[in-house]
Design a protein around this ligand. Structure first.
Ligand code: COI
Length: 356
């Protein structure tokens, strides 16, 4: 079903746009946002584009007390011939519904919300940056708004889409990052909410992440909650290991986020004839591969992180350097191909991009 053209209330005075080299990640927001509401009696309704502004909520709203919320992250890119492309946005809509199901939230009409998102981006197209490594990050989210303290799913929700022009997530760009293997805390456990994009999965990582940052690491690597042995994911992304020519990534067991970049990387690698296995991989195994000289490359994948090579791990006080802290050939090829397709610089044999 195709959505109707939404009502637009334009801002009176547009903001000054930051320079592309000042962007960083998630610091600036465009002039407008998309909003629609849900209540149990009438379903989703009242879609509109309004000025970007604070949201007023009842202090008893369920989101504040029980964290009933989901979010997504995707990007729009400007091509050299001034078209705006989205990368696999249908997959984000699908995943949002999966997250909603896990969090007992009402599903969205995926095609309709995607259409609304395109209308918002069309209005804000001057905000899509064009320099190398920049894009317009799109953050759709749903919050539970019913004022009710009983422990039950909210009967009212608000879906909001905000837009943020961004540069690279890590200040060092595509240069390899150092990662600390987390030994004390856990991100998610099978049967929990790890596979959903929900706030609690992320704020549960802040303490370990702050400690790691103070020690000079960019990110934390999470191990499974039960045996503290098998690799799950990195704070912002999924993780891949190239060992003796084969690429290995942890299988999706319910506690790992099913990344859209992860899925795309697997498809690209297989199309190039590089074997990929999705299986359990333990941290001891990674250290053993390193010892044998078989660990060739490690990289993380995500919408925000794109492809970010890992230069070193630290686990139980022992550090290992990977590929002499250099960007590996496969990481480089994946980065160039993925960003080339996303920005329309190279052909898109997978039909992943959609024009706004
Ligand atoms: C994304 O890559 O879109 C994410 O959601 C990561 C974010 C938590 C920084």
């Amino acid at each position: 079903m195709s959505a109707t053209v939404v009502e637009v209330e334009k801002v009176e005075k547009m903001k000054n746009k930051p320079e592309d080299d000042q962007l960083g990640f998630g610091k600036y927001f465009t002039d407008h946002m998309f909003v629609m509401e849900y209540c149990d009696e009438t379903g989703w309704g009242n879609p509109r584009i309004s000025p970007y502004e604070p949201i007023t909520l009842d202090p008893a709203a369920v989101i504040f007390h029980y964290g009933q919320t989901v979010f997504e992250g995707l990007k729009a890119y400007r091509t050299n011939d001034e078209r705006i492309l989205l990368f696999r946005p249908d997959m984000n809509m699908k995943r949002m519904n999966k997250s909603c199901e896990r969090l007992s939230m009402p599903p969205i009409d995926e095609a309709e919300v995607l259409d609304y998102l395109k209308q918002l981006i069309s209005l804000e197209k001057d905000w899509v940056p064009s320099s190398e490594g920049t894009s317009l990050y799109i953050r759709p989210f749903i919050i539970a708004t019913e004022p009710f303290l009983g422990l039950a799913p909210s009967k009212q929700y608000k879906l909001v889409i905000i837009l943020s022009p961004v540069g690279s997530y890590y200040p060092q760009g595509i240069q390899p990052v150092d990662i600390k293997v987390e030994e004390q805390y856990t991100r998610a456990v099978r049967g929990g909410t790890g596979m959903a994009k929900t706030a609690g999965n992320y704020c549960a990582t802040f303490n370990a992440q702050s400690t790691a940052s103070k020690q000079g690491f960019s990110q934390v690597l999470w191990l499974d909650a039960i045996e503290k042995k098998y690799i799950e994911e990195v704070g912002t992304s999924n993780v891949f290991f190239k060992v003796n020519g084969e690429v290995i990534t942890p299988e999706l067991t319910g506690s790992i986020l099913p990344g859209i970049t992860r899925m795309s990387v697997i498809e690209m690698l297989r199309s190039w004839g590089i074997p990929v296995s999705e299986r359990k991989i333990s941290i001891d195994e990674v250290y053993e591969y390193h010892q044998e000289g078989a660990l060739e490359e490690v990289f993380c994948t995500g919408t925000a992180a794109v492809i970010s090579p890992v230069g070193a791990f630290e686990w139980r006080g022992t550090s290992i350097n990977i590929n002499d802290k250099q960007i590996g050939d496969v990481s480089r090829r994946l980065y160039d191909t993925l960003t080339g397709i996303q920005t329309g610089k190279i052909a898109d044999p997978f039909h992943w991009t959609t024009e706004v």
